[in-house]
Design a protein around this ligand. Structure first.
Ligand code: 4NP
Length: 151
């Protein structure tokens, strides 16, 4: 199972989701891999936001070596599941789909917890450090459910 986590900048939510999901893959001993990217080009090559790094360090997850990259259409060929954080990300990725197979891979991350409710992982970038803990909790619950489904 190849999993891709997607947000806007690839410096806050999706690198957090990648780090959290990788910890679950290891904990549950899953045959899966995870990567992340952004829909925008602003932060290509950059490290994650310091607050994202700091928050995940509390949970023994190190995302400091991640570097931002932008979504590429060939990601549809490399990944089985593409989890997006919000509805803007969803629209941006759907725009790039080439066929029904591509479209079926794209899901809101929180749909795994709240199917059909269009719940989003809010962008913590313009908020304070506490917002990153909220982001952690939401993503952690969703990743744990994904992991349990893959056991
Ligand atoms: P992310 O957060 O999509 O969770 O990585 C953002 C980071 C940077 C910007 C927007 C969102 N930005 O506009 O620079």
């Amino acid at each position: 199972m190849q999993i891709l986590m997607v947000c806007l900048g690839n410096i806050c939510r999706s690198p957090m989701a990648e780090g959290i999901m990788r910890q679950k893959i290891n904990e549950y001993g899953l045959n899966a891999e995870v990567d992340s990217c952004g829909t925008a080009a602003y932060h290509i090559g950059q490290s994650p936001d310091k607050r994202a790094i700091q928050t995940l360090r509390k949970y023994n997850i190190d995302i400091s070596k991640h570097r931002g990259r932008q979504f590429d259409r060939t990601d549809f060929d490399k990944f089985d599941a593409i989890f997006v954080m919000d509805t803007e990300n969803f629209k941006d990725i759907i725009k790039n789909t080439r066929n029904q197979g591509d479209r079926e891979k794209v899901k809101l991350l929180l749909d795994v917890l709240y199917p059909g409710m269009q719940k989003i992982v809010p962008d913590p970038y313009y908020g304070d450090l506490a917002g990153f803990d909220d982001t952690y909790r939401l993503i952690n619950q969703a990743c744990d459910k994904i992991a349990r489904q893959l056991v």
